[in-house]
Design a protein. Structure first.
Length: 50
C-alpha cells in the first residue's frame, strides 16, 4: 500500500511541473496542493493510520 501511494505521489509531482506554455500561469497551485496532500499522508503515516 505504501509503495502504491509513493508511486502515485511521484507521478502527480511530475505532472505538476509547468512544462507547457498554457500551464506556466498557474503558479504554485498544482504543486502546492500536492505538497499539502503529501504532508497529510506523512502525518497519517506517522500516526499509524495508514
Amino acid at each position: 500500500m505504501g509503495l502504491i501511494l509513493l508511486l502515485i505521489i511521484v507521478i502527480l509531482l511530475i505532472g505538476a511541473i509547468p512544462a507547457w506554455p498554457y500551464s506556466r500561469g498557474w503558479g504554485y497551485y498544482p504543486s502546492g496542493g500536492l505538497g499539502l496532500i503529501l504532508v497529510i499522508l506523512i502525518v497519517l503515516y506517522l500516526l499509524r493510520v495508514i
